[in-house]
Design a protein around this ligand. Structure first.
Ligand code: UD1
Ligand code: CA
Length: 472
C-alpha cells in the first residue's frame, strides 16, 4: 500500500462568515470543521496530515492540537501560506514537507461531510500511480471548476468557472476540490503552474491538463451526493450542513429502531469541553420526542423515553426510565446516571456526579449534583441535593436543600434509608440524618440526628387568641 499524506487547505479567510473566528474553526455538531476533516487522516490511516494555514494561523494551529485523532495516530504538520495566491500556491507550500513515495490526498478544511468510504474509493481509483479527482454532478454548477472530457469520456482538464466559455459552463460535472495525486508527480507539476488566468491565481486544477500532457492517466471518481463535497462559506451554509449532518445521524438511529418523533428536530453533538464524541447508544424501544440535544456519550437503556426539549450530556440512563420534558442532564467529565424505571422531570436538573438508583423520582425544579440517591428515593419538588448520600426510599420534601458549601469547603450530607425530610428544610453539612428519622418542615438541621428520631429545629409557634389587627 502506498502511504497516504493528507493536505488540508485551511488558509482562507472566510469573509462571508463575518466572524472573528477563522472559518475552519466554526463548529459543526459541536466540533471545529477542521477536526471533521482531520478525522479523514484517521479514516484513511494516513501517515501524516499537513495543514496549510494563513488567516488566523496561530489559532488554527493551536486548535488542531485538540483534535482527537491528532494524538499519535498520524504525524501532524503545519505550513503557512502568506499571502494566499490560489489553491495551487497553497499546496506548493506543503511540498517541502511531502515525501515522494506517498499519495497526497488534497482536502479543504471547510468541507466537513465527506464520507470515509468515498475517500477510500478515490485513493483506490488512483491506484497509487494516477491522478484521481472526486467529481460530482450538480443541478447548478456555477462557480465551480468544470470537468472537461474528450470524445471517449477521458478527463482532459478542469476549467474554472471564471475562465470557462458558455459551452464549458453548461457542463454539470464539477471538481469537488478533493483529489488524490502521487506526491512525486505533484511536485513537478506545481513547479510549472502559472497565474495566467481570469483570477490571477495559481490554480491547483491546472495540474490536470499537465498530467494528460505527460501521459499520466486522470481518473474521475464521480459521486451523486453533493453534501459530501459541500463547503461552508456563510452562516446559512453552516446551518444547512449542520442540519444535513444531524438528519444523517437521526436516520441512522432510526434504522437501528430508535423512534424519533421528528428526525428533523434531533441533535447529537460532540462535547467541546471534554472532547467526547457525540455518541448515542440506544437499547430497544427507545423513544425520543422533539427538540432534544444530546452531547458527548449518552446511553439510553431499553424502553427509555425522553420527553420534548431535553438537553442530555455525558449520561447513562437505564432501562425503563422516563425523562419528562425540559429536563437538563449534564454529567460533564464525571458523568451522571439514572437508574432503571426512574422518573425525572419535567424541569429537572442533574449535574455531574448525580447517581440515581432504581425507581428514583426527581420532580420539577429539583437540582442534583455529586449525590447518590439509592433505590426508591424521591425529591419531587423545588429542592437541592448537593454532595449528599441519600438512602433507599428517602422522601425529600419540597423546597429542602443541603447547605453543602461553607464558603470555603464542601461537605457531605448523609440521609440514611427511610428518612422523611419535610418541606423547606436546610441540612447544614457535614450532617447525618439517622435511618428512619423524620425532619420537621422548616427545620435548619446543624447536628446529626439519631435513627428513628423526629428532629424539629425552628421557632416555636406562638398563637395569640382573638388578636386585633392594627387599623388606619
Ligand atoms: C476550487 C477549485 C474548483 C472547485 C472548487 C470546489 C481551484 C483553482 N478551483 O475553487 O475547481 O470546483 O474548489 O469547491 O482549485 N485556499 C487556500 N489558499 C488559497 C486559496 C484557497 O488555502 O490561496 C483554500 C480555501 O480556504 C478553501 C479551499 O482552498 O478551503 C478552496 O478554495 P476556494 O476559494 O473555496 O475554491 P475555489 O478556488 O473557488
Ligand atoms: Ca477562490
Amino acid at each position: 500500500m502506498t502511504p497516504i499524506d493528507i493536505l488540508i487547505m485551511a488558509a482562507g479567510k472566510g469573509t462571508r462568515m463575518k466572524s472573528r473566528l477563522p472559518k475552519v474553526l466554526q463548529r459543526l455538531a459541536g466540533r471545529p470543521l477542521l477536526h471533521h476533516v482531520l478525522d479523514q487522516a484517521v479514516n484513511l490511516q494516513a501517515r501524516s496530515a499537513i495543514v496549510i494555514t494563513g488567516h488566523g494561523a496561530i489559532e488554527v494551529e493551536a486548535a488542531c492540537a485538540g483534535a482527537a485523532g491528532a494524538k499519535g495516530c498520524f504525524d501532524l504538520k503545519f505550513v503557512r501560506q502568506e499571502p494566499q495566491l490560489g489553491t495551487g500556491h497553497a499546496v506548493l507550500q506543503a511540498v517541502p514537507q511531502l515525501r515522494d513515495d506517498g499519495m497526497a490526498v488534497v482536502l479543504s478544511g471547510d468541507v466537513p461531510l465527506t464520507e470515509a468510504d468515498t475517500l477510500r474509493a478515490l485513493v483506490a481509483a488512483s491506484g497509487g500511480e494516477q491522478l484521481a479527482l472526486l467529481t460530482v454532478t450538480l443541478p447548478d454548477p456555477s462557480g465551480y471548476g468544470r470537468i472537461l472530457r474528450n470524445a471517449v469520456g477521458a478527463v482532459q482538464a478542469i476549467v474554472e468557472h471564471k475562465d470557462a466559455n458558455d459551452a464549458q459552463r453548461a457542463i454539470a460535472e464539477i471538481y469537488s476540490g478533493i483529489m488524490a495525486v502521487p506526491a512525486r508527480l505533484l511536485r513537478g507539476w506545481l513547479a510549472r503552474l502559472t497565474n495566467d488566468n481570469a483570477q490571477g491565481e495559481y490554480y491547483l486544477t491546472d495540474i490536470v491538463a499537465m498530467a494528460v500532457a505527460d501521459g499520466v492517466p486522470v481518473v474521475a471518481h464521480r459521486i451523486t451526493d453533493a453534501l459530501q463535497v459541500a463547503g461552508v462559506n456563510s452562516p446559512l451554509q453552516l446551518a444547512e450542513l449542520e442540519r444535513a449532518h444531524q438528519l444523517r445521524q437521526a436516520r441512522s438511529l432510526m434504522e437501528q429502531g430508535v423512534r424519533l418523533a421528528d428526525p428533523g428536530r434531533f441533535d447529537l453533538r460532540d462535547d467541546a469541553r471534554t472532547g467526547a464524541r457525540g455518541e448515542l447508544l440506544c437499547g430497544q424501544d427507545v423513544e425520543i420526542d422533539v427538540n432534544c440535544v444530546f452531547t458527548g456519550r449518552v446511553e439510553l437503556g431499553e424502553g427509555v423515553s425522553i420527553g420534548a426539549h431535553c438537553c442530555i450530556a455525558n449520561a447513562r440512563i437505564a432501562a425503563g426510565a422516563v425523562i419528562h420534558p425540559y429536563t437538563h442532564i449534564d454529567g460533564e467529565k464525571m458523568g451522571a446516571t439514572v437508574g432503571e424505571g426512574a422518573l425525572i422531570g419535567p424541569f429537572a436538573r442533574l449535574r455531574p456526579g448525580a447517581q440515581l438508583g432504581r425507581e428514583v423520582h426527581i420532580g420539577n425544579f429539583v437540582e442534583v449534583k455529586n449525590s447518590t440517591l439509592a433505590d426508591g428515593a424521591k425529591a419531587n419538588h423545588l429542592a437541592y441535593l448537593g454532595d449528599a448520600t441519600v438512602g433507599e426510599r428517602v422522601n425529600y420534601g419540597a423546597g429542602s436543600i443541603t447547605a453543602n458549601y461553607d464558603g470555603a469547603n464542601k461537605h457531605r450530607t448523609v440521609i440514611e434509608a427511610d428518612v422523611h425530610v419535610g418541606s423547606n428544610c436546610v441540612l447544614v453539612a457535614p450532617v447525618t440524618i439517622g435511618a428512619g428519622g423524620t425532619v420537621g418542615g422548616g427545620s435548619t438541621i446543624t447536628k446529626s440526628t439519631a435513627p428513628g428520631a423526629l428532629s424539629v429545629a425552628r421557632g416555636k409557634q406562638v398563637s395569640i387568641a382573638n388578636w386585633a389587627r392594627p387599623k388606619k
